[in-house]
Design a protein around this ligand. Sequence first.
Ligand SMILES: CC(C)(COP(=O)(O)OP(=O)(O)OC[C@H]1O[C@@H](n2cnc3c(N)ncnc32)[C@H](O)[C@@H]1O)[C@@H](O)C(=O)NCCC(=O)NCCS
Ligand SMILES: Nc1ncnc2c1ncn2[C@@H]1O[C@H](COP(=O)(O)OP(=O)(O)OP(=O)(O)O)[C@@H](O)[C@H]1O
Length: 199
Amino acid sequence: MLTIGLTGSIGMGKSTTADMFRAEGVPVYDSDRAVHEIYSGPDAARIEALFPGILVDGVVDRAALAARVLGDAQALRRLEAIVHPLVLEKRAAFVEERRRADDALVLFDIPLLFETGGDADVDVVVVVTAPEEVQRERVLARPGMTEEKFAAIRAKQTPDAEKRRRADFIVHTDRGVDSAREQVRLILRELKSREPKAR
Ligand SMILES: CC(C)(COP(=O)(O)OP(=O)(O)OC[C@H]1O[C@@H](n2cnc3c(N)ncnc32)[C@H](O)[C@@H]1O)[C@@H](O)C(=O)NCCC(=O)NCCS
Ligand SMILES: Nc1ncnc2c1ncn2[C@@H]1O[C@H](COP(=O)(O)OP(=O)(O)OP(=O)(O)O)[C@@H](O)[C@H]1O
């Protein structure tokens, strides 16, 4: 089974591009969704133990959590020490399930692929990218986003230029959805032609 790691900095178009792979029939593991499940499931109590008052109706309040961790490197590390192993556990379960289904190709959508060393665990790395002004415009258009929050997140991420350097494939998302879809199809065509060797 060939594993693709899809990554990219905040607002570069990861989720949109992952949906395109999904539409082409590739099973996708979505690590952001895994985090959402963790924050609303039984392990949310562990986040509450670390940040008392963070639960609202049993679910982690993400805006409050962001305010607690984005300016506090130690707090973020403590949070990641709980969240990342749980995300990996969920991913292992997904891989097991897809192996049993005998899938040839799967994709992991992981914002922090390089930051967590996850690139070593995948066969192929796809990086989504767009010019900085496009990224900024997209991110600042989101409700609740501020210049400060954007800057704090960017500071914690591997720079886009480095991600592109380390990529096997790049998807440019500033040329519209049809272009991105075409890039995704070309990548899949190339990978499917390699597939027998990779198994
Ligand atoms: C900080 C939190 C509360 C902000 O939540 P919010 O809903 O506002 O944003 P969201 O989760 O959609 O993240 C937006 C983007 O921020 C970036 N980001 C998120 N967590 C991190 C992190 N630990 N380090 C660097 N960048 C991050 C990613 O590019 C992500 O796509 C949330 O991201 C979080 O709990 N992060 C810690 C868990 C984690 O590391 N998640 C990353 C995927 S495993
Ligand atoms: N190929 C594309 N063409 C035009 N717009 C795009 C394209 N890909 C993404 N976008 C737009 O860019 C914005 C961010 O996309 P998306 O939510 O997929 O990014 P993301 O990388 O998953 O973000 P985050 O890391 O913050 O979760 C969205 O408004 C989306 O519509």
